[in-house]
Write a protein that binds this ligand. Structure first.
Ligand SMILES: NC(=O)c1ccc[n+]([C@@H]2O[C@H](COP(=O)([O-])OP(=O)(O)OC[C@H]3O[C@@H](n4cnc5c(N)ncnc54)[C@H](OP(=O)(O)O)[C@@H]3O)[C@@H](O)[C@H]2O)c1
Length: 260
């Protein structure tokens, strides 16, 4: 089986680092043009120049805070003016936010919703008309395992991610007649810049590798995931080869979640 994405245009939020960057790398290898979106322009510039070396596909980096409605429309118009259209949308920008319920303020709830849910709502609304017109589209919503198995001290993220699963199903239902396929990835623990930052916040008694190896022992498969493993799945689902999978939230978690 050959997984190719030649001629497709992908927009990846949170594309400068971590899982978003790994997906960009795979998409570019597979022939897609890619727009990377994040807030920090320096990280975007580094990502674009690394990805661009030796390939002819078009890669751009646009600074945008996707938690702000006012910035999303402007960013989308810039992507259209440079790359012409968006065939693939990866709603990936996010942050880890979970704590004791009573400690979470309205502002923190609102920010979590704006960043992880409303950004996906707003961007999906913008890409849908073009995808419908061309009768082809792919959307992946990056979620987490707690969307299916919320627990104490998992808000606001578990609540926002559960809403992301519902959004995935709604969009999949409305998109299917137009060959727009929409899926969610319920991520467990995958090595990324986010995990590096969590390590940096420790007293560093262990090396990063030992820190990750120790935490990985609690995962059935016995280790953290690699960003590339998540990117491989995204690449398959966003290519023609993945043309019959829609409306599902897939655990990408080495067996961590007890939920199906
Ligand atoms: N890695 C895991 O184990 C794990 C587990 C569960 C869920 N997830 C989810 O998977 C996604 C990717 O995670 P990751 O580990 O790759 O994260 P990461 O390494 O921290 O990368 C996050 C990316 O999102 C961008 N970003 C953050 N806030 C943004 C905003 N307001 N507007 C635009 N871009 C923003 C960051 O760039 P700037 O800071 O420059 O904006 C960066 O490019 C996230 O949604 C995360 O919640 C990851």
């Amino acid at each position: 089986m050959e997984v190719r994405m030649d001629g497709r245009v992908a927009l990846i939020t949170g594309g400068s680092l971590g899982l978003g960057y790994a997906m960009a790398e795979k998409f570019v290898e597979s022939g897609a043009d890619v727009a990377l979106i994040a807030r920090r322009q320096d990280a975007l510039d580094t990502a674009v120049s690394t990805l661009q070396s030796g390939v002819k596909t078009r890669i751009i980096g646009i600074s945008c805070d996707v938690s702000k409605a006012s910035e999303i429309e402007d960013m989308f118009q810039k992507v259209l003016s440079k790359l012409g259209r968006v065939d693939i949308l990866i709603n990936n920008a996010g942050h880890a936010k979970a704590g004791e319920f009573e400690s979470i303020s309205d502002e923190e709830w609102q920010y979590d919703f704006d960043l992880k849910l409303m950004a996906a709502v707003r961007l999906s609304r913008l890409v849908f008309p073009g995808m419908k017109e061309r009768n082809w589209g792919r959307i992946i919503n990056m979620l987490n395992t707690m969307a299916k198995t919320p627990s104490a001290r998992s808000a606001p993220t578990s609540v926002t991610r559960a809403a992301g699963m519902a959004l995935t199903k709604v969009l999949a239902g409305e998109g299917a007649p137009y060959n727009i396929l929409v899926n969610g990835f319920n991520i467990g623990r995958i090595k990324s810049d986010q995990i590096q930052r969590a390590y940096d916040a420790t007293n560093k008694e262990l090396s990063f590798e030992d820190f990750v190896a120790r935490a990985g022992k609690n995962i059935p498969i016995g280790r953290f995931g690699e960003a590339e493993e998540c990117a491989n799945l995204a690449c398959l689902l966003c290519s023609d080869a993945g043309g019959y999978v829609t409306g599902t939230s897939i655990n990408v978690d080495g067996g961590l979640s007890p939920a199906l």
